[in-house]
Design a protein around this ligand. Sequence first.
Ligand code: HEC
Length: 317
Amino acid sequence: MSAWFPPDASFLASEMDRAFFGIYVAAAFAVVLVVGLAFVYIMQYRRKDEGDKAFPTGKANILFQTIWVLAAVGLAVYAFGLDFCGYMDRQVAPGNALQIQVTARQWDFDFAYPNGYVADTLHVVVGQPVQLNIHSEDVIHSLTIPALRLNQAALPGQQTTAWFQADRPDTYDVRSNIYSGDGFPEMQTALVTHTAADYKAWMATVTDIFAGKTMEEVGELLYNKQGCKACHSLDGSKLVGPSFKDLYGNTFDTKEGVRIVADDAYIKESILTPNVSVIAGFEPVMTPYAGKLDDKEIEAITAWLKSMSQFGQQEGN
Ligand code: HEC
C-alpha cells in the first residue's frame, strides 16, 4: 500500500493497512482543519486597538453547529463500520485453521505443531489458515510479526490467540516488542511460509530422527523419548522391567517356563505385544508399542540393545 509499511504477507495485513491509512488521513485532515481555522481566526479576530471589544459577540448558529456535530459523529460511525468486518475477521479464526501452540520465554519462542514436533521457527503453508495459541512461561512478552500486522501479547498463566493466512512463500521477521530483560534483542526468530510440498518436505526432514544418526544413536534416543527409560535400566539393575544391559542374545525363562533367547524376532515381539510372553519374575505391565514404533525404529532399538550386550558382541553379528 505504501512504501513506508513493511511488505504485507496476508490479506488481513492489507485490511489492517487500509484501516490504518484511513484513520491516518482523517487525523491529518482534522489537524490541518483545526490548526488552519485557529490560525485564520487569530488573524481575523485579534484585538486590533483599544477600541475593539474583547471578543466578537454574535448569536450561535444552531444549524451550523448541529451539522458540524452530526458530520463528526457520522465520520466516526463510518470509520467503525468500514473496519468492523475486518476486525471480526481478525478475531475469529476459520474452523479449519492449523493449531500451533506458541510458547514465549526469556528469550526465545517455541512453536509446537499438531504432530508434536516443536521448532524454534514458525513454518506454515501458504493459503492455509493458522491459529496461534500463545502463552508465556515467565514474564509478559509479545508475538509480533510486522509483515502480518500481527501483534499479540504472550501472558503467563493465560492463553491468547491470533490467526493469519500467508499469501506467498517467503521469510519474515518474528519478534517480541515488549522489553523483557538482557536477552531481549536476541528474542527474534523467523516465519517461513512454504508451498504445501515444501512444508511437507520440511516437516519430513526435521522430524526424521534417523537423519545424521547411527541406528544405535536412534535406539538410545527412542529409549529416552518413548518412556522405556522408566522401566528398563541400562546398568543391570532390575526396575519394573529387566535391565537392557546384556539383554540382547541372553536367555530368559517365561512365566510358563519356556526358555527363550532374546534375539531380533523375540525383541520385536516383546516391544509390539509384550504381554504375550512374559519373563518370569516380572508383571505383564509393559505398554504395547504396536502402532507407536515402526519397523525401522524397532531395528534401531535392537541394534542399540545389541551394542550394549556381551552376548550380542560374542556372537559377532
Ligand atoms: C511400564 C513399564 C515398561 C515400559 C514403559 C517399557 N517396558 Fe519393556 N518390559 C516391561 C516389563 C515389566 C517387562 C517384562 C515382562 C514382559 O516380558 O512383558 C518388559 C519386557 C521387555 C522386553 C523383553 C525383555 C526380555 O528379557 O526378553 C523388551 C525387549 C522390552 N521390554 C523393550 C522395551 C522397549 C524398547 C520399551 C520402550 C519402547 C519398553 N520396553 C518400555 C516394562 C516396560
